[in-house]
Design a protein around this ligand. Structure first.
Ligand SMILES: C[S@@+](CC[C@H](N)C(=O)[O-])C[C@H]1O[C@@H](n2cnc3c(N)ncnc32)[C@H](O)[C@@H]1O
Length: 241
C-alpha cells in the first residue's frame, strides 16, 4: 500500500485549507459535468476524500462508490450530511477492486499526481478500465506541468505567497517528480507532499494502453477551450474495448 499523506493532521484541516475549492462556483460546474456523463449509471470516485465533489453529486441522484487510502479523510466525509450513505472502500485506487461496473470514473484536483510512479499511473488507468462498462468514461482534472516557469538551474516555483500560506513546488525534472511544500505561519504547520507530474499526451497514451481513447479535452469544467496557455485540463477518455 502506498504511504498515506492525508493522515489525521492533514485531514483535520483539509476543508479549511482548501476552502476556495469548496466554493460552489468551483464545485457546481464539476458536478454538472460529471452528472451529465454518469446519466442513469453509477459513478466511481478515486480519492473521494472528504466528499467535496461526491456529496453534491450524490445529492443529484448519482449512485456513487468511493475509493480512498485515508481513513482520516473518509472519517470527515462520514461526519457530513449524506456522508454515511456513500459506500467507500479503503485502499489504493491504482489497484483496489470494488464490486459492480460503472458508467463513470473520475479523479479530480490533481489526484492522479498522488501516484508517484509512471507504473502506478498506468495501473490506475488499467484499474479504471476494468471497472467501466463498455462506453463508460474516465475523467481526470489535472494541472499542466509548469515547467515553463522553471529557469535553467532552478527547482522551486512559488504557487501561493500570502500571510496565511506559503506554497512552493520543488521540481525534479529528471524523475518527473515534484514535492509541494506548504507553510501555514499562523498555525505553525508545515506539510510536504510528493507527486508525479504528468503530461496530457502521456495520459492519452496511458488511456490507450488501458483500452480507452480520448473523447474530450477542455481547460475547465464549463468546457472552456484547451489552449497553449491553459494551466489545467479536464479530459475524458472512453472505454473502447
Ligand atoms: C487532493 S485530495 C482530493 C479529495 C477529493 N477528491 C476532493 O476533490 O476534495 C486527494 C485524495 O486522494 C487520496 N489518495 C491519494 N493517493 C491515493 C491512492 N493511491 N489511493 C487512494 N486514495 C488516494 C487522499 O487520501 C485524498 O483523500
Amino acid at each position: 500500500m502506498p504511504e498515506d499523506h492525508f493522515g489525521e493532521r492533514v485531514a483535520a484541516r483539509y476543508d479549511e485549507t482548501s476552502a476556495e475549492m469548496f466554493d460552489p462556483a468551483v464545485v457546481e460546474p464539476a458536478v454538472d459535468f460529471l452528472a451529465e456523463l454518469a446519466g442513469e449509471g453509477a459513478a466511481l470516485e478515486l480519492g473521494i476524500g472528504t466528499g467535496r465533489i461526491a456529496l453534491p453529486l450524490a445529492r443529484r441522484g448519482v449512485r456513487l462508490h468511493g475509493i480512498d487510502l485515508s481513513e482520516a479523510m473518509v472519517a470527515r466525509l462520514r461526519e457530513k450530511p449524506g456522508g454515511e450513505e456513500i459506500s467507500v472502500t479503503i485502499g489504493d485506487f491504482a489497484t483496489t477492486k470494488v464490486d459492480g461496473t460503472f458508467a463513470l470514473a473520475y479523479l479530480v484536483w490533481n489526484t492522479i499526481n498522488n501516484l508517484t510512479t509512471q507504473d502506478g499511473q498506468v495501473a490506475c488507468f488499467e484499474n479504471v478500465a476494468a471497472h467501466l462498462e463498455p462506453g463508460g468514461c474516465f475523467v481526470i482534472e489535472v494541472g499542466v506541468p509548469k515547467l515553463r516557469r522553471l529557469p535553467p538551474g532552478q527547482t522551486f516555483v512559488p504557487f501561493d505567497v500570502s500571510p496565511e500560506h506559503l506554497g512552493f513546488d520543488e521540481y525534479d525534472v529528471v524523475a518527473q517528480g515534484l514535492i509541494s511544500h506548504h507553510y501555514y505561519p499562523g498555525a505553525g504547520e508545515q506539510v510536504s507532499m510528493p507527486f508525479r507530474y504528468v503530461w496530457p499526451a502521456e495520459l492519452d497514451l496511458m488511456a490507450r494502453i488501458a483500452g480507452m481513447s480520448r473523447r474530450e479535452r477542455w481547460s475547465g469544467w464549463k468546457r472552456e477551450p484547451f489552449t497553449a496557455e491553459s494551466r489545467k485540463h479536464v479530459s475524458v477518455w472512453q472505454k473502447t474495448s
